[in-house]
Design a binder for this molecule. Sequence first.
Ligand code: MG
Length: 331
Amino acid sequence: MKVSLMHGAGGEVMQELLRVLTKLTHTNAGGIGLEALDDGAVIPIGGKNVVFTTDSHVIRPIFFPGGDIGRISVCGTVNDLAVMGGRPVALSCGMVIEEGFEVADLERIVASMDDALGECGASLVTGDTKVVEKGGLDGIMINTAGIGIAECVIRDNGLCPGDRIIVSGTLGDHGIAVLAHREGFDLGGQIVSDVAPVWGVVERAVSAGTVHAMKDPTRGGFASAINEMARKAGVRVRVVEEDLPIRTSVRSASGMLGIDPLQVANEGKVVMGVAEEDAETILRAIQSHKYGKDAAIVGTVEEGAHVIMETAIGGERFIEPPIGDPVPRVC
Ligand code: MG
C-alpha cells in the first residue's frame, strides 16, 4: 500500500493509515493519550490538566479569502486545545520553507500568527525553521503544537441521550471559500473562511451550563465530527436540516461545485452536546460572542446509533461521514 491524498483527508480512509501510525506502545502519559484519538491529549501535571496537541498545515494557496497559513496554524492548534476545555497558553512553531520563498510573504504570515495569538491570549514560545531546496516542498509547511490548561476537561465522547446539539455558527465556510478561490470561481468575494480562535466561544459556553462533549468540525466537516461524536458515545444524533446554519452563498457555491457543505472543513466552529435544560442559556452565551452570533441548536441525542437528518422536505436520511475529504489541502 502506498500513501494517497485520501489518507490525509480525515475521512474513513484515513483510519487505515492511523492503524499504522498508532502502532506504538508508549501512548499515554497518565491522562488521555493517543489511543483516545480525541482532539488532544491531557496530561495531569502538578494537579493541573495540561492539554497538549499538535497540527501541521499544508494549505494551498497560502493566502485565501479570510485568512492565510499563519492564522490557520495558530487557530488549528488553539481550537483543538479549546474543544478539550483547555485555555490556550503556549505554542511552538516549526516551519519548513522552500528555497526562493518571498520574505515579504513570510512577514505577512508571521503578522497573522501574531494577531491570532493576541485574540486568544496565547504566546508562541519556541520554534524551529528549516529551508529545503527548490522543488522539495510547495512553498511552506507549518507545524504548531500547543499546551493549554483545562479547569474541566471536555471529551468528544460524552454525548448523552436528551442532549441538544449546538453548532457555534455557519457551516462549510472555510472549505468552500478555499476551494472556490483555488478554482478561480468569481462568487463576488462574499465567501470567506471562518478561520478564528474559538476559545472565547468555548469559555462562554462552559461558564453558562453543562457541556457534555465538544469537537471542532475541521477536516471532513460537520458530517465527520458529529458521526465521530455519536459513534464514540454509542448514541444516535437526530439533526434538523432546516436548523443547520449554512450561508446562502456557501449553499449555492456548494451546489455549483458538487460538494456537500456538511463535509468540508470549518476552522472557527465548535460542535457541542449540551444538557437539555441548559441548551437555551448556553446558546445565548455563545451568541453573545462575535464568533458565535450565528450559533444554533441543530439536533438532539437519542438512544441508538448513526446520525439522522430530518430533511426540509419531510423525509429522513443518514448523514454519513465522508470517505475522504472532497477538498484536499484546505488546512
Ligand atoms: Mg479537532
